[in-house]
Write a protein that binds this ligand. Structure first.
Ligand code: ZN
Length: 117
């Protein structure tokens, strides 16, 4: 479950002032390995804040993907569209006028990528 690679020692342990070992940890269900800092003498342990935050987000996404059923609506003759549900807008912080890229990876999916993110 945990894959550990030994790293360098730079930071000091706040408990005993010994050098902390920088170790990359693979957390189950998260794609990105997380950097941790571990003390070999007192057992002090901390995660790199941004990386553990990212891993938690990844785990959350896997557990509860946002999936909403919506209808394609007719905007005008030969033009179809859909609106973005409020939860989608809120979770992506979408703004009117933002650019998005549309891609069609296969016959069953539409992928929307928000520009500059
Ligand atoms: Zn220590």
């Amino acid at each position: 479950m945990l894959k550990i690679n030994k790293g360098d020692t730079k930071m000091k342990c706040p408990e005993c002032n010994k050098g902390l070992k920088k170790i990359k940890i693979k957390i189950q269900d998260a794609n990105t390995p997380v950097t941790s800092f571990q003390c070999g003498s007192c057992g002090y342990f901390e995660f790199e804040e941004k990386e553990i935050g990212k891993a938690i987000e990844e785990i959350k996404l896997k557990e509860m993907p946002l999936k909403i059923k919506q209808k394609i609506i007719k905007l005008s003759q030969d033009r179809l569209g859909m609106y973005f549900n409020r939860d989608v807008v809120r979770s992506l912080d979408l703004k009117s006028g933002e650019d998005i890229f549309v891609s069609i990876p296969d016959k069953n999916h539409i992928v929307l990528k928000i520009d500059n993110r």
